[in-house]
Write a protein that binds this ligand. Structure first.
Ligand SMILES: C[S@@+](CC[C@H](N)C(=O)[O-])C[C@H]1O[C@@H](n2cnc3c(N)ncnc32)[C@H](O)[C@@H]1O
Length: 196
């Protein structure tokens, strides 16, 4: 099993219980630099694998080849700052591991992204929409309050988004992730579309 563990923006108190449990229980914990290591050291000593700017893919490939076989029988946790789904070194590592062995199980432990930590610090509330980007061209759209789910998914399709899925009641009883978009959905639903 390969875990992508989100460490949050820098305050140890912003780790989730799940992240701490996996850090403690994993057979090996790897971090992409000294800042992440500083957070993890509160729980155990991690192995540091530096991902210098521009060399991410190269480092990810090498690390993937070193850990891929172990992922079948051990729990390897790769921890990154903020949330592991957002511009993370973990995305490159997971991609390279799956290229070598598509059967490796991957679990991502979500966490507090620097984006939401920044909004919280500045007391900025999102009431309509937020664009998180590095280049102003959204590639992933997450539509919240997605009760009018069919209408939303049709609009996403029209705008060129694919791989449209609805997630309902995440981490709760009745959790459902599906490509079949109902006409109307539970209030606790998010529709995600991807343009690549
Ligand atoms: C490679 S991305 C990683 C983002 C991370 N996965 C997240 O969810 O926050 C690095 C960028 O995240 C932002 N970032 C991460 N941690 C931050 C912090 N503690 N304070 C301010 N910005 C931060 C900066 O814009 C930085 O250039």
């Amino acid at each position: 099993m390969l875990y992508g563990v989100s460490l949050g923006p820098g305050d140890v108190e912003l780790l989730t219980f799940k992240a701490v449990r996996i850090i403690r229980e994993a057979d090996e914990v790897i971090v992409p630099g000294e800042v992440a290591a500083g957070i993890v050291r509160g729980f155990r000593e991690p192995k540091i694998v530096e991902f210098p700017m521009g060399k991410g893919r190269e480092v990810a490939k090498k690390l993937a080849s070193e850990i891929v076989e172990r992922c079948a029988r051990e729990r390897i946790a790769f921890c990154c700052l903020g949330d592991a789904t957002l511009y993370s070194t973990f995305s490159q590592l997971a991609e390279e591991v799956l290229k070598l062995d598509p059967k490796v199980e991957i679990e991502i432990v979500p966490g507090v992204s620097s984006v939401f930590a920044a909004l919280a610090k500045m007391k900025v509330f999102v009431t309509k929409s937020i664009l998180i980007t590095t280049d102003f061209e959204p590639e992933v759209v997450a539509v919240m309050k997605a009760k009018r789910s069919r209408e939303i998914s049709e609009r996403l399709k029209k705008e060129g988004y694919g791989n449209i899925r609805i997630v309902q009641r995440l981490y709760m009883d009745g959790e459902k992730i599906s490509e079949e978009i109902p006409d109307f959905a539970d209030y606790l639903s998010i529709i995600v579309g991807v343009k690549r």
